[in-house]
Each structure stands twice: as C-alpha cells, then as structure tokens.
Write a protein that binds this ligand. Structure first.
Ligand code: FMN
Length: 411
C-alpha cells in the first residue's frame, strides 16, 4: 500500500522514541522508503544506528557537516511525499507552531510542501498545558494532521493522557493522508447506530439497530481514500483513520452532524422519531405505578442536511417492515440523491446481522433490488454508486446551467 512512497520520519526527544524504530520497521514492511531525521534529544533515547539499520539509510541528525549533502533539510523536504514526526515532543510542537527551524527536523518541515503528520507524546501535564493546547490548535489550523495521543502508562510509572498513538495507527493515518483511492479529497459523513432517548437516568427508548451497516460504509469510504467522519451511536470499533464522534440521542446526533460540512452525507443511523418530552431527573419508581410518558418528535436530521447550502450529496436509509412503498415516497419527497431501503423483517436483512438485502431507490421512483450480501459488499456497491453520482455532479457544475443548490464542486 505504501510501495515506493517516500516518508521522512522525524524523531524528537521523548521516551516514545523507541516506538519510532518500530514505526520505521512497519513503514518499510509496507514498501515505503524511509529517511529518518532526529533531534539531539532523540539521540539520548535511541541511537541513529538503530534507524540506519532498519531503513538502510544514514540518519540526518544535523544541518551542518552532513556527509554528501550541502543542504540536507531542503533535499529531504523536497524528496518527501509525507513528513511524520513521531514522537513529537512539546518542544518540537512549539517550534513547529511558531515556524522555527533551528534544527534539521524543523528545518526539513519548513522546507517541505509534503503533508505533515504529528504524533505527540508527553506527560499529561505537558499535553494539557495551555501553551501545548494552543500550539496543537495552531498546527491543526495549519492543516497538520495530529494523531491524538491515547491514555495509558507513561514514563516514570505515571498513567494518563499523553501516550503516543501506536505505530499501526500512525501508519494508517499516513496511508490515509497519502490515499490515492477514488474518493481522495472527498469528505464523507456517515451516521450509524440506533439513538437512545432517555425516559429517566436508567431507562431509554431505543431500537434494534446495531450500527454495522453504517460502520461498514465508513470503513469502505476510508479505504477509498475519503476523509471520513463517523457520527455513531453504536458500540462498535472503527479504524483510527476515521474521525469518530460518539453520540447517544437524536439531539446529540443532530448537533454532531451540524458540525460537519461534508461533500457526501450517508445517513445510515436509525434515529428515533419520537422521544420522551420531559425525561425524569430521577429514576421512576415502580411503586408510583406505570407512568404515562408524553412523546415529542425528534429533529429530522435528513431534512436538515438536504436543506443545506451548499448541499452535500445525500444518501438516506429507510428501515421498513413489509412493503417498501413508504420508502419510495420518502425517496421522492425528501430530496435525497438516493435512498437505501430494507425490509428489516426479511431473514438476513436489517439489524444486528452481517448481511443485508437492500433496495436502492432513486428520487424519480426507479428502484433496484440487490441480492442478499455481506454488509461490507453492500457498502462497496453503494460507494460505487456514490462515486458515479459525484462524477455526474462535477460534470454538471462545469456546464452553464448550474443548479446553485447542487454545486458538486468537491467542497
Ligand atoms: C527521561 C525524559 C523523558 C522525556 N520525555 C518527554 C516526552 O515524552 N515528551 C516531551 O515532550 N518531552 C519529554 N522530555 C523532555 C524533552 O526531552 C525536552 O523538552 C527536549 O528539549 C526536547 O527536545 P526535542 O523536541 O528537540 O527533541 C523528556 C525528558 C527526559 C529527561
């Protein structure tokens, strides 16, 4: 997957520098050509010889006096398809945020037009310090991909947030940043799972959706090079390359969806249509007898997305029991680009199973039943359709009779 891709791996001075050796190994195993640049502090943790042995190339550890190179930072900066700094210390992050370039690593970053991936590692206090927060924010504003640190054991026996992301996760992010798939440059929002609407602090109104279909779509979009945001109410794993927003209620899902401006929105979540109007603050007691619970409508997330300007390409989902007539009406009336309908009572289709039997319904009422397939195969076929629709939109936008509500310009 990374065959022939040129990765500059910058290593700065934290204990996690030992993991950088493993990262270099993983990258070379994937076929990447790796050149390592170290800071002076990094060399206190891992010797250059280790990286040289793994990558087959001499480490660049200084700006001046490098054998065979008069300007190592510009040579490396131009050579790189991607620059990744792992671990990135608070000090290196601060230098990057301010555009300083007094060592080989930061000078290489400034001398490069390649995308930059940064994997911070430090003690929790350093990570949470306002100066670090500000510097990380600045990097993100500059378009740097920050691979957030996780929680776990830190140096000196401490435990907390600040542990460098695992090398596998960093490799995935690098693959994504370099992604050459058909959806590269396209942002895709996927919703998944069934929302839970509280009755009281203990009980909720929910549904049987497992989130498997939505998660399969998010994974497939990631594989195709898209930048994926997954708003999910499900308790399922997702790849580290996916930006995940965990929600519980329809209101939280609406808010999360509103925070994203995607090119494509695939709304596969089973959102509650109704919720208790006034959830009880305390657990409703059995002794007071069966309560009557007044319901109110939840926000129509699909309508909100369809009504946006500019409007993303929208794929809706409809879970029905029995006839799909209602789904056909939904496809015609809701303003979606296409609707994926399934009869959840059919064997092998719908909730909590790994297969699905869906019918694709177009806004003009045409429909196309697909056979029973694994959800991953449904996701792949659906994204083939989305790619076709995106292509058609791009062609439409270049014609003089543009529909301003459907710009399709790859926002
Ligand atoms: C034992 C030890 C462990 C350290 N670990 C970290 C660390 O994980 N993250 C960090 O930001 N700084 C850490 N530091 C501090 C940095 O090494 C120090 O700020 C240094 O100036 C970083 O320089 P560099 O960014 O040029 O590599 C550590 C220092 C010591 C002595």
């Amino acid at each position: 997957m990374l065959t022939g891709r040129r990765v500059v791996l910058g290593v700065s001075g934290g204990v996690a520098a030992y993991k950088a050796a493993y990262l270099a190994r993983r990258l070379t195993e994937r076929g990447a050509e790796v050149r390592v640049v170290t800071t002076a502090s990094a060399r206190a943790f891992v010797g250059d010889q280790t990286f040289a042995a793994i990558t087959g190339h001499r480490v660049v550890d200084r700006l001046f006096g490098v054998e065979g190179s008069v300007s190592p930072h510009t040579e490396l900066g131009r050579w790189a398809d991607v620059v990744v700094i792992a671990p990135a210390t608070a000090a290196t992050i601060a230098r990057l945020a301010h555009g300083l370039s007094e060592d080989a690593l930061t000078a290489t970053v400034l001398a490069s037009r390649a995308p930059l991936v940064v994997a911070p590692a430090m003690h929790t206090e350093m990570w949470e310090h306002p100066a670090t927060r500000r510097n990380v924010r600045r990097l993100e504003e500059d378009g740097v991909r920050v691979v957030a640190p996780g929680e776990g054991p830190l140096a000196g026996g401490d435990v907390g947030v600040g542990r460098m992301a695992e090398p596998e996760e960093i490799v995935e992010v690098i693959c994504e940043v370099l992604g050459e798939g058909p959806l590269q440059g396209v942002s895709v929002l996927v919703t998944a799972g069934g929302t839970r609407e509280p009755i009281d602090p203990v009980r909720f109104l929910g549904n049987r959706s497992s989130g498997k279909m939505g998660h399969a779509i998010a994974e497939e979009a990631l594989r195709r090079g898209a930048r994926v945001v997954l708003v999910t109410a499900a308790d399922l794993a997702s790849s580290p390359g996916i930006e995940r927003i965990q929600v519980e209620t329809a209101a939280e899902m609406e808010q999360a969806v509103a925070s994203v401006q995607p090119d494509v929105a695939i709304l596969a979540a089973a959102v509650a249509d109704f919720r208790p109007k006034a959830p009880a603050a305390d657990k409703i007691s059995r002794t007071s007898g069966p309560p009557s619970i007044e319901l109110e409508a939840t926000p129509d997330i699909l309508a909100g997305v369809v009504g946006r300007t500019p409007r993303p390409l929208v794929v809706g989902f409809a879970a029905e029991t029995g006839s799909l007539d209602r789904a056909v009406r939904k496809a015609q009336e809701k303003g979606v680009d296409l609707l994926v309908a399934n009869d959840v009572t059919e064997p092998g289709a719908g909730f909590a199973v790994d297969t699905n039997r869906v019918t694709i319904i177009w806004p003009d009422g045409r429909s196309e039943p697909w056979p029973l397939m694994p959800k991953s195969a449904v996701a792949a076929r659906l994204l083939d359709l989305v790619e076709g629709l995106l292509g058609a939109r791009t062609e439409t936008v270049s014609s003089p009779s543009d529909d301003p509500a459907h710009p399709g310009d790859g926002r």
